[in-house]
Design a protein around this ligand. Structure first.
Ligand SMILES: [Zn+2]
Length: 452
């Protein structure tokens, strides 16, 4: 989600390069572009059996050999791909609030990282729509903002009911998948809309919210944030502890992304069910940055049955990317001045753009994302890792090869090339989070039964 304080300082000129639409220049070819039929119905033929299966499905003698790229394309449409965090609602809300034309993501869009054709191309089946409410709204109408964003998601489904559907459970996701529809489950980023009233937890459950990130960029009335140095509560507030119990009771997953270590510790101690980190990566690669999860925290999350969903933003993936970005901008500006051009002139901007084409902005790559996934696997096994891209939330910092929702097959290809089999890919792509989600629902159902 927009983290103004953390945004990569890559220079104003970079804005003109766009936000990673598939049309933007990319040194890494998007293998999704070869897919002529971006449809869930485009399931692979029997001949696409993986060579790494213990008992490969027999292939016809004349079947062409399967390369990882084709295999990844097939799997992307065969498996359920669930992404824990996509900021489409905020993207639409921002445009709406600014009086600008609002992208219709039920068709192709120029900007942004998500729309229906690209979701189809990438095999994306269940992107959690982030109901993101800025910390600025704490105590100032946060609930109303959340309601407005939920309305926007419902509006997408209403405009394209043959392609999109809401999803309130893993069973909904699986049924929508079988029906060839993209599910739009919802998670709320920031507990501010709870507004100090426990009844609002059940209220938002009723509106379809299936996880809540307890805090965002600042400490709030529920929990401390990793971005806030005040440590207001030393973890969860007393009210926050009640919120965790109430979320367990009604069946909303608890999301520890954005929380301070102390707050995440409290959640892991108190929650009756496994929890998620909807869009966090491994602190191992970004030492000292509390927004990502430490190895010890990942181990505790996994011991409880939970899942970390790896964030694709370059600053989540590579520790010194911000410094490299600044150095890159400096070199670019020096180059433009060396040509005798002013940075703010039309010629200067053109020269800067040309320089960027020759010397790409430092970014993580799809391989870096795979490194994070493999780090979690080495630490705690394959049952505790998933995807939480932050598409439409981290702007231009997306990795080469994962620039928008059409490019999940690139990640599957890298994982296949590194020896991970179909079962592992199924878990990483979505199966693990569906398991945690189901556990939250089962616990709530049992609680409802025992309370009569
Ligand atoms: Zn976020």
């Amino acid at each position: 989600m927009p983290r103004t304080a953390i945004t990569l300082a890559l220079g104003a000129l970079l804005g003109s390069l766009g936000c990673g639409g598939s049309a933007s220049p990319s040194p890494v070819p998007a293998i999704s572009s070869v897919s002529a039929t971006p449809s869930v119905s485009a399931t692979p033929s029997v001949s696409a059996a993986p060579s790494e299966d213990p008992e490969p499905t027999p292939t016809r003698a004349d079947a062409p050999p399967v390369d990882p790229e084709a295999r990844a394309q097939a799997l992307a449409h065969e498996l359920i791909i669930l992404d824990g965090h996509i900021d489409v609602p905020w993207r639409l809300h921002k445009a709406q609030a600014a009086g600008k034309p609002v992208d219709d993501v039920t068709g192709p869009t120029q900007g942004g990282d998500f729309d229906l054709p690209r979701a189809r191309a990438g095999g994306l089946d269940a992107p959690f729509m982030s109901i993101y409410v800025s910390a600025d709204f704490e105590g100032k109408g946060a609930k109303q903002v959340a309601d407005g964003l939920i309305d926007l998601v419902e509006g997408i489904v209403a405009r394209a009911p043959d392609d999109f559907a809401l999803a309130r459970s893993p069973a909904d996701v699986r049924r929508n998948f079988a029906d060839g529809k993209v599910s739009l489950p919802m998670g709320m980023e920031n507990g501010a809309p709870i507004e100090g009233d426990l009844a609002n937890v059940a209220y938002f459950h009723g509106r379809g919210i299936r996880y809540i990130t307890l805090a965002h960029s600042k400490d709030n009335h529920i929990a401390d944030s990793s971005y806030d140095s005040r440590h207001t509560h030393g973890g969860l507030s007393a009210f926050g502890e009640q919120v965790v119990a109430e979320m367990n009771r009604v069946g909303i997953m608890i999301d520890v992304s954005h929380l301070s270590d102390e707050a995440a510790d409290d959640v892991l101690r108190l929650s009756a069910v496994p929890v998620i980190a909807s869009h966090s990566s491994c602190r191992h690669f970004t030492p000292g940055w509390e927004r990502n999860m430490s190895d010890e925290m990942i181990q505790r999350l996994a011991a409880k049955g939970g899942v970390i969903q790896v964030n694709f933003g370059s600053e989540f993936l590579v520790g010194d990317i911000r410094e490299r970005g600044k150095a890159h901008a400096k070199e670019r500006d020096a180059h433009v001045r060396g040509l005798g051009l002013a940075l703010d002139s039309e010629e200067g901007r053109a020269a800067a753009l040309a320089y960027e084409q020759e010397h790409p902005v430092p970014r993580a790559t799809v391989e870096t994302v795979a490194d994070h996934i493999e780090h979690v696997i080495e630490l705690v096994g394959v049952d505790h890792v998933g995807l939480g891209s932050d598409f439409d939330g981290v702007g231009d910092s997306l990795p080469q090869g994962l620039r928008d929702v059409s490019q999940y097959p690139n990640l599957l290809r890298v994982l296949l090339e590194r020896g991970h089999d179909r079962d592992a890919l199924e878990k990483i792509a979505g199966g693990n989070v569906l398991r945690v989600w189901q556990a939250a629902l089962d616990h709530a159902a049992a609680a409802a039964r025992s309370s009569g």
